[in-house]
Design a protein around this ligand. Structure first.
Ligand code: GRF
Length: 207
């Protein structure tokens, strides 16, 4: 059984997709051992509690400095012995020590087709605003392993989504979530849980 720990900061629709896919059996051999948020008001925490999953808020603002926060965050993760950490809309810089300790065992969902519209400052609606401003006809989402860069880790899955005339950032965000994110994140977890993902020379191979 793959033990996953999910980190969230917002509404938690990706977390919900993972929970639903575990419940309906599309994700096999996987259990969520904990949900951690940096934001006490994240609706994702409520989703976890409603599903009977252990949930905790660990907020940087509650610590004297980043070092103290990083220590507490890493401890709260390690104590659950996760096989995989899933960043599902988590807006916190991951401590370098955690990236090293969970090399090729931490994944992130990003709402664009990396390498487009990604990196520092590209999160939430900003990604979709940039896509619309550039006038791309296709965008999408990407699941990748987390490395020390921002959105630079080995890509596991991507799914394209059409941009429609008159799209607002909100409308595009909703379509990318529905038609890409909520599909490829559960699928990536299922592939990892069933030993189908191999990383070689910073590239991902699906068996
Ligand atoms: C998603 O668009 C995800 O790609 C991005 O943050 C958003 C989180 O949404 N990294 P939710 O909290 O899962 O609804």
């Amino acid at each position: 059984m793959l033990r996953i720990l999910v980190c969230v900061s917002g509404g938690g629709t990706n977390l919900q997709a993972i929970m639903d896919e575990i419940t309906n059996g599309t994700i096999h051999n996987t259990e969520i051992v904990k949900v951690i948020s940096n934001n006490p008001n994240a609706y994702a925490l409520t989703r976890a509690e409603n599903a009977g999953i252990e949930a905790e808020c660990i907020a940087p603002k509650d610590f004297d400095d980043r070092t103290e926060f990083n220590k507490a965050f890493l401890k709260a993760v390690d104590i659950k012995h996760p096989d995989l950490i899933v960043l599902a809309g988590f807006l916190v810089n991951i401590p370098t020590e955690m990236i090293q300790n969970y090399r090729n065992r931490m994944i992130n969902i990003h709402p664009s087709l990396i390498p487009s519209f990604c990196g520092k400052g590209f999160y939430g609606l900003k990604v979709h605003e940039s896509a619309l401003n550039r006038g791309v006809k296709v965008t999408g989402a990407t699941v990748h392993f987390v490395d020390v860069g921002t959105d630079t880790g080995p890509i596991i899955l991507q799914k394209a989504v059409e941009v429609k005339p008159g799209d607002t950032p909100e409308a595009l965000q909703k379509r990318v979530m529905e038609q890409a994110e909520w599909i490829i994140l559960p699928k990536a977890i299922d592939l990892i849980a069933n030993g189908k993902v191999q990383v070689k020379d910073e590239k991902v191979y699906i068996k």
